[in-house]
Design a protein around this ligand. Structure first.
Ligand code: BV8
Ligand code: ZN
Length: 237
C-alpha cells in the first residue's frame, strides 16, 4: 500500500501554532498572504523578517502532538511506501520522529543566503542581518516559499501521487495551490482519497471519504486502522 499524506496548519494547531485562518487572518494587522511575498520582502524586509522571527521563536515553545507522532509510527510501518508532504514550515513532524518529510513550502528553522545560495540551520533571528556563515554576506532570508514562488520538490511529489494507492489530506483548507490540486491529480489516477479535517474544506467534495474532528484523534485512529488492515507493523532494522 503506497500512501501519500499531505498536511497543513491544522495538524499543528493542537500543538499551539496558529493556523492561517485561526490567526484571524491577520498578523499585526497584515494579511499573511501579503506578508509572505517576495514583493513585501523587497518593500519592507524588516516587517517580513519580524513576521518569521516571531514564528521561529514560537517553535521553541511548542511540542509535536498525537497526530505528528502517529504519522511517525506510520513511516516506521510503511517505510518507503509512505511519502509525507507538508505545507507547514514548522519542524514538528521531524521532532515527532518522521525522517522523510517533504517541506514543499520550506522550513522556518533554515536560513537561505541569497548571495551564495547556501542554506543554514537557524533557530535565532534574521531581523538583525547576521552574516551568512558561508560567505559572510548579510543576505539571509527565511527558507520558506512565498506566494508567487515555486514550491519545492514538485517533481518528487507528482511522481509519488502518480503511482500511490491512497492520498490522505490532514488539516488543510484546500485554498493554496498547487497543494490544493493534489486531490484532483490523485483522483485522475483512480487513487482513493481521504480527508481528515476539523471543518469542511474547499476540497472536501473531492474526497471519497471526509472525516471531521481534531487531528490528534482522527490521525492515530486512522493509522492504527490502516496498520491493522495491512498487517503492517514496525519495519524491523
Ligand atoms: C505557485 C509558506 C507557480 C510561508 C505558504 C488564483 C487562483 C489559484 C491560485 C492562485 C491564484 N493566484 C495566485 C495563485 C497561486 C498561489 C495561491 O494558491 N494563492 C491562493 C491564495 C489563491 N500559490 C502560489 O503562489 C504558490 N506558488 O503557484 O507557483 C507553480 C505552480 C505549480 C507548480 C509549480 C509552480 C506558492 C504558495 C506557497 C505560499 N507559502 N507558506 C509561510 O508559512 O508563511 S502557503 C501557507 O498558506 C501554508 O503553507 C499553507 O499552504 C497555506 C495555509 O493553508 P493551511 O495550511 O490549509 O491552513 P489554513 O489555516 O488555511 O487551514 C487550516 C485547516 O485546518 C482548516 O481547514 C481547519 O478546519 C483545519 N483545522 C484547524 N484545526 C484543526 C484542523 N484540522 C484538524 N485538527 C485540528 N485541530
Ligand atoms: Zn552566503
Amino acid at each position: 500500500m503506497r500512501v501519500v499524506v499531505l498536511t497543513g496548519a491544522g495538524v499543528s494547531a493542537e500543538s499551539g501554532l496558529a493556523t492561517f485562518r485561526d490567526a484571524g487572518g491577520l498578523w499585526e494587522g497584515h494579511d499573511p498572504m501579503v506578508v509572505a511575498t517576495p514583493e513585501s520582502f523587497a518593500a519592507d524586509p524588516d516587517l517580513v523578517q519580524r513576521f518569521y522571527d516571531a514564528r521561529r521563536a514560537e517553535l521553541a515553545r511548542v511540542e509535536p502532538n498525537a497526530a505528528h507522532r502517529a504519522l511517525a509510527r506510520l513511516e516506521d510501518a510503511l517505510g518507503d511506501d509512505l511519502l509525507l508532504v507538508t505545507q507547514n514550515v514548522d519542524d514538528l513532524h521531524e521532532r515527532a520522529g518522521s525522517r522523510r518529510v517533504v517541506h514543499m513550502h520550506g522550513r522556518l528553522r533554515v536560513a537561505w543566503c541569497t548571495a551564495c545560495d547556501g542554506r543554514h540551520d537557524w533557530t535565532g533571528t534574521l531581523l538583525d542581518l547576521p552574516p551568512c556563515p558561508g560567505c559572510g554576506a548579510e543576505r539571509l532570508r527565511p527558507d520558506v516559499v512565498w506566494f508567487g514562488e515555486i514550491p519545492y520538490e514538485m517533481e518528487r511529489i507528482e511522481d509519488a501521487l502518480w503511482d500511490c494507492d491512497l492520498f490522505v489530506s490532514i488539516g488543510t483548507s484546500g485554498v493554496v495551490y498547487p497543494a490544493a490540486a493534489f486531490v484532483q491529480y490523485a483522483l485522475s489516477r483512480g487513487v482513493t482519497t481521504l480527508e481528515l479535517n476539523l471543518d469542511v474544506s474547499d476540497a472536501s467534495t473531492d474526497f471519497h471519504v471526509s472525516r471531521r474532528g481534531p487531528a490528534s484523534e482522527l490521525v492515530p485512529a486512522w493509522v492504527e486502522g490502516l496498520m491493522a488492515a495491512t498487517g503492517a507493523g514496525p519495519v524491523s532494522g
